[in-house]
Design a binder for this molecule. Structure first.
Ligand SMILES: Cc1cc2nc3c(=O)[nH]c(=O)nc-3n(C[C@H](O)[C@H](O)[C@H](O)COP(=O)(O)O)c2cc1C
Length: 365
């Protein structure tokens, strides 16, 4: 049974081809709908609360094919019972009124199980290819913030008007409103100062790339302090590429093989494209600002979180992440279905055991 302050688990939906690592290592992971339905059902039976779809319009870092995120999310919701599916959406191609309407309908179809991940974009080539405007980094967040404020207004108010720099509409009433109250959960992805400021002001959840416990603590303290100034609370989700094996040697060998078989040109091309993201900002603190070649082989720095080892080691590290304020682990795996099963059988029970011990200790202290 999950208790109210237990750490939650999400997984990346492989709705783009190539898996979660830019490597030629064998991956028993598939981007097809059939595979993803089986994965979603396996995940909800193994203690995962959320699944996160990805949005990409063009190929890159080995992802030759990309299924669209909102329709794919709805496809997974139709075949599951408990899982919440977070659909990635770009302000730009999506306008807030359309997104609000589309997600409100899916919220009804799924009995309140859709969520949104507002992504601000890092790949200029993609926006150029689809003929979308590409504001500079911090302006992309200004646009995303307007997008989120618009969604919240439309989902919670009648006769809602918005006059922003990027979006303007007046006296709009959405019917039916979503099932979820006060509104559909809003996640966002990104780690730069602009991302953190936006999270503090408007988002329910802040999703960040993989990182060390120390670096994550800095980000979390910053967001929580800023959110407090706005009388708000923000929950934190962290990416991790999980390699759980019976022995530490086996897990480390898998990591080494992934890196040794990296698709070098694709990793370099990805690294070049990420210069449009947080590294380009004056503070240089965003996603990929400090990533090495090895880090980029998992395209959201998932090795850095170091959930690589035995179930005991991983469970212990998850507790350390929880202690600095992480609420959710967003996980990727090499062979998704079989590793989600292994995680549910071997790692998750240990995490829950450690959490129970901590609650008992806290009570008796
Ligand atoms: C968990 C997570 C999920 C993301 N999903 C997507 C996605 O599906 N599509 C996309 O283009 N960018 C995605 N991004 C990228 C972000 O929207 C953002 O462009 C990037 O993290 C750079 O942000 P920064 O400059 O604020 O650090 C994601 C980021 C994170 C952390």
């Amino acid at each position: 049974m999950t208790q109210h302050n237990d750490v939650l688990f999400a997984y990346w939906v492989p709705n783009v081809s190539g898996g979660l690592v830019v490597s030629d290592i064998e991956q028993r992971t598939d981007w097809s709908y059939d595979y993803n339905v089986r994965l979603a059902q396996t995940a909800e039976q193994n203690g995962f609360a959320y699944a996160l779809t990805q949005i990409r319009f063009t190929a890159g870092y080995g992802a030759e094919n990309q299924h669209e995120s909102v329709s794919f999310s709805q496809g997974l919701l139709a075949k599951t019972e408990k899982l919440k599916v977070i659909a990635a959406i770009f302000p730009g191609p999506w306008k807030p009124v359309l997104a609000a309407k589309q997600l409100a309908t899916i919220d009804h179809l799924s009995q309140g199980r859709i969520a949104i991940n507002v992504v601000s974009g890092w790949f200029k080539g993609e926006f150029d290819a689809i003929g979308e405007e590409w504001p500079e980094h911090d302006q992309r967040y200004a646009r995303s913030e307007e997008f989120i404020r618009s969604l919240k207004g439309i989902w919670t108010q009648d006769h809602f008007s918005f006059q922003g720099r990027y979006y303007q509409f007046s006296d709009y009433t959405l019917k039916p409103k979503p099932v979820q109250h006060p509104h559909i959960e809003i996640f966002q992805g990104g780690s730069s100062r602009a991302a953190r400021d936006m999270a503090a002001r408007v988002s329910d959840w802040y999703f960040t790339n993989g990182n060390t416990v120390e670096e994550l603590k800095k980000q979390i303290d910053d967001i929580r302090e800023k959110a407090k100034a706005h009388q708000r609370q923000v929950q934190i989700g962290v990416n991790a590429f999980i390699i759980a094996r019976d022995t530490e040697q086996e897990a480390q060998a898998v990591l080494q093989e992934i890196i040794a078989k990296a698709n070098i040109p694709a990793v370099h091309a990805f690294g070049d494209a990420t210069r449009e993201a947080g590294a380009s900002t004056t503070e240089g603190e965003g996603n990929w600002a400090k990533s090495t070649f090895e880090d980029l082989v998992q395209y959201n720095d998932g090795f850095k979180t170091n959930l690589i080892g035995t179930p005991e080691q991983i469970a212990q590290r998850i507790i350390e992440l929880k202690q600095v304020g992480v609420d959710l682990i967003l996980s990727g795996f090499l062979h998704f279905i079989e590793e989600v099963e292994y995680f549910g059988a071997k790692v998750l029970p240990l995490v829950r055991e450690l959490e129970t011990q901590q609650r008992v200790q806290a009570k008796s202290a």
